[in-house]
Design a protein around this ligand. Structure first.
Ligand code: PMP
Length: 415
């Protein structure tokens, strides 16, 4: 197996050199919020504006055709990344949030009825909760929740009571942005289809860490954000099966999404245009392609092995820190995200003290208030890993936490 050379990877990401000028390495452990960008992505985006820019799908002139081709190239790369059947099943959106809202409105408002049920899990990010609450409110459907096991995995022991012929859609994360839990998506897809329901997978966290195959897994809707996959901000993806895109209503009306417009009404273009009204984030879509190629060249197996090494090292080291509790399951059930709390020390204090050592972690509820209610903590600290993280980063985090514990437990008399 080819190994990932994290030091070489770091050299591909200009920010690490740029932010290490004082000799202290940037310890970036917030990739779950947004990933850093390799030079190939930054250069490609700049190159679009410098050498090959015009609006997309508008001009017949050469420059416009180049832009159209580049966008279609990314569409094909995304198709291949997800193993979708057709590039027409790949829509560009503003991000995961926009993609889920598009499904909740374009599909949900059209097909949900009073008495219908939407099945979510307690792990979900607000982006995979609130749009469904809005759709439920608009249609009279209701929401049911898949509970968690004590260690933060999905508790599927009563799935046949939760998932019934009333269920119209199951919407679950591919990987929790807090606990790192990886739900059994293929199993859920199978169970959903058995009762005639659809499944949406929120791939914001899972897509950057592992290969997905929407056809093998039987996924109806899959969404993710470019910026968490080492690509630009402002661009996301919605994969949906062709027949669902045909059945769905567009959500945004405007240019490019129509077949005809008359004074008495309009008709829609076919997908993907039907859902891509207005000017797209052109340079961002084009620069998503080198991000996809970058992770593919590193290789999913190498990425997986590298991130597992970081994950198990972090679990091992953190377990030895007095008063620190890792939230969620053991490493074998999760991806490269570690959230934790420390006795008597607030998540914010931890994050601020780590920042003084050049360590970037996130604290708070991470847009998962129902999960934090279940955890019975108001906030947690999260370290999330990417391809450029090293065992040195893990070591600096753990040393930093040792120091935080010593300093704050002494001042509060809780040693
Ligand atoms: N779902 C999950 C699981 C996430 O981690 C995030 C980002 N934190 C989102 C949805 C929302 O993604 P975006 O802000 O890119 O729309």
């Amino acid at each position: 197996l080819r190994r990932l050379d994290a030091e070489a990877v770091r050299r591909d990401f200009p920010i690490f050199a740029a932010r290490s000028e004082d000799g202290r390495p940037l310890t970036f452990l917030d990739t779950g919020a947004s990933a850093q960008k390799p030079k190939v992505v930054i250069d490609r985006e700049a190159d679009v504006y410098s050498r090959s820019y015009a609006n997309a799908y508008r001009g017949v002139y050469q420059l416009g055709a180049e832009v159209d081709d580049a966008i279609e190239k990314t569409r094909e790369s995304v198709r291949s990344l997800l193993n979708a059947g057709s590039a027409d099943e790949i829509l560009f959106t503003a991000g995961t949030t926009a993609s889920i809202n598009l499904v909740a409105q374009g599909w949900g408002r059209k097909f949900l009825r009073p008495g219908d049920e939407i099945l979510l899990s307690v792990l979900e990010h607000h982006a995979n909760i609130v749009p469904w609450q809005m759709a439920a409110q608009a249609t009279g459907a209701s929401i049911k929740w898949i509970p968690l096991t004590p260690d933060g995995r999905l508790d599927l022991s009563n799935l046949d009571q939760l998932l019934t012929t009333r269920t119209k859609i199951v919407a679950v994360t591919g990987m929790s942005n807090v606990l790192g839990t990886i739900p059994p998506v293929a199993e859920l897809a199978h169970a959903a289809h058995a009762v005639g329901a659809l499944i949406l997978v929120d791939g914001a966290q899972s897509v950057p860490h592992a290969a997905v195959d929407v056809r093998v897994d039987g996924i109806d809707f899959l969404v993710f954000s470019g910026h968490k996959l080492y690509g630009p901000t402002g661009v996301g993806v919605l994969y949906a099966k062709a027949e669902l895109l045909d059945a769905m209503d567009p959500v945004f009306g405007g240019g490019h999404m129509i077949a005809t417009v008359g004074t008495t009404g309009s008709t829609w273009a076919k997908a993907p245009a039907k859902f891509e009204a207005g000017t797209l984030p052109i340079a961002q879509i084009i620069a998503l392609d080198p991000a996809i190629q970058y992770v593919k060249e590193l290789g999913w197996d190498a990425i997986h092995q590298h991130e597992r090494e970081l994950l198990t090292a972090t679990h091992d080291r953190l377990a030895a820190i007095d008063g620190l509790k890792i939230l969620g399951p053991a490493p074998e059930h999760k991806g490269a995200i570690v959230s934790f709390v420390m006795d008597g020390i607030s998540a914010q204090d931890i994050a601020v003290l780590l920042d003084l050592r050049g360590i970037c972690v996130r604290h708070g509820h991470h847009c998962t208030m129902p999960l934090h209610d279940w955890l019975q903590v108001p906030a947690s600290v999260r370290a999330s890993f990417g391809v450029y993280n090293t065992l040195g980063d893990v070591e600096r985090l753990c040393k930093g936490l040792d120091a935080v514990r010593k300093r704050l437990s002494r001042s509060r008399g809780v040693v």
